[in-house]
Design a protein around this ligand. Structure first.
Ligand SMILES: Cc1ncc(COP(=O)(O)O)c(C=O)c1O
Length: 360
């Protein structure tokens, strides 16, 4: 078999090796059915069992109460940028957005097509290197939207935003930190996440939504764009992304084998500390995110010299560390170390960076 290398990609990202091996076997025959997992009808018994298991494991992992629906949709997190306002933002209403990075900028832009938007805070002046503490909500927002982890800028909310009107519900784009730590679902109206970082392959989007909101949603959008359509049809109104749902169910089982979200969080904290501790002690490299807001998922760092950064990325790549080039809006390096990224890979990167620094 080809040797796998350390993959720091921001997404699609590394998946647990045991999940990939199990999926490999089931590509030819799902269990003993004699039909590969991608070849089963989504309406057949075998796949329906997979989908039901995926939902039930998801509920178990996150303690999702019965008054929330779990949906497996398509169109990525990007479609949710539009689907949320399409369902919940009337032309004469306002939605509040905490703008903490490029993805929340895209989300608020999409909402602007449907109704009014209010910037509750923005970190743009500091190039999104910190989560703003000064947040000011509009009087009666339909909902409050935030991005729990800013994949590009390497910042992460420690806790959910609060202090907005009781009538508003909280919407979260959790694409890059879903199930990386325990979460209290009851604080949210709707959580969405593209799968391709912590949950599985691209092509499936997990949506967790309070059932009363499903009913409240507008009936104006096309059927495919209404949450009620997908909820009423167990996410099978049309052909669902069957392989993605299958792989997600394997990742959910893997999360449970790790001990669930509390253990996953401990592992993520320990893993990120290996890298941040090094960056804090280095005289060449430094982390770009404010210490209090540092992401456990995406560690962004620079040398302060673009040419030097490029040399680091290129030498790292030659040494078997892939995907370290930072997003063009931040520059430098970004190590994405989602749930499935092994601690050994973070230690190996730190060893490499130490050697690089010593050679300067
Ligand atoms: C936080 C966040 N939101 C949204 C997206 C867009 O996701 P998708 O490509 O699934 O539309 C990304 C992609 O990286 C992301 O990191």
């Amino acid at each position: 078999m080809v040797q796998r290398i350390w993959n720091f990609s921001a997404g699609p990202a590394v998946l647990p090796e045991e999940v990939l091996l199990e999926a490999r076997d089931n590509l030819l025959s799902l269990g003993t059915t004699g039909i590969g997992v991608c070849e089963h009808s989504h309406r057949g018994k075998a796949f329906v069992a997979v989908a039901e298991e995926a939902e039930s494991l998801c509920r178990q992992i996150a303690g999702i109460p019965d008054d929330y629906a779990v949906l497996f949709l398509q169109g990525g997190a990007s479609l949710q940028f539009s689907m949320v306002p399409e369902n919940f933002l009337d032309r004469n209403a306002t939605a509040d957005y905490l703008v903490t990075g490029a993805w929340s900028e895209k989300a608020i832009k999409a909402a602007g097509k449907y109704g009014s938007t209010h910037v509750a805070c923005t970190g743009k002046a500091e190039n999104f290197s910190a989560i703003p503490t000064d947040v000011s909500y509009s009087e009666a927002p339909a909902y409050v939207h935030f991005t729990s982890n800013n994949t590009i800028f390497g910042t992460q909310f420690r806790t959910e935003p609060s202090g907005y009107s009781d009538d508003a519900f909280l919407v979260c784009d959790a694409s890059s930190d879903i199930f990386s730590r325990p979460l209290d679902i009851s604080r949210y109206g709707l959580i969405y996440a593209g799968a391709q970082k912590n949950l599985g392959p691209s092509g499936v989007t997990l949506v967790i939504i309070r059932r009363d909101l499903i009913e409240r949603g507008s009936t104006d959008p096309a059927e495919m764009l209404q949450y009620r359509t997908h909820a009423a049809n167990d996410s099978m109104y049309n052909t669902p992304p069957t392989f993605g749902i299958y792989l997600m169910s394997l990742v959910f089982r893997w999360i449970l084998r790790q001990g669930g979200l509390a253990e996953i969080e401990k592992a993520n904290q320990a893993k990120a500390a290996i890298l941040y501790d090094f960056l804090d002690s280095s005289s060449l490299f430094h982390a770009t995110a404010a210490a209090a807001d540092r992401s456990l998922m995406n560690v962004t760092f620079v040398t302060g010299d673009a040419e030097q950064d490029a040399a680091v990325v290129s030498q790292a790549s030659a040494a078997g560390f892939s995907g370290l080039k930072g997003h063009r809006s931040v520059g430098g390096m970004r190590a994405s170390i989602y749930n499935a990224f092994p601690a050994a890979g973070v230690s190996a990167l730190v060893d490499f960076l130490k050697q690089y620094e010593a050679a300067q």
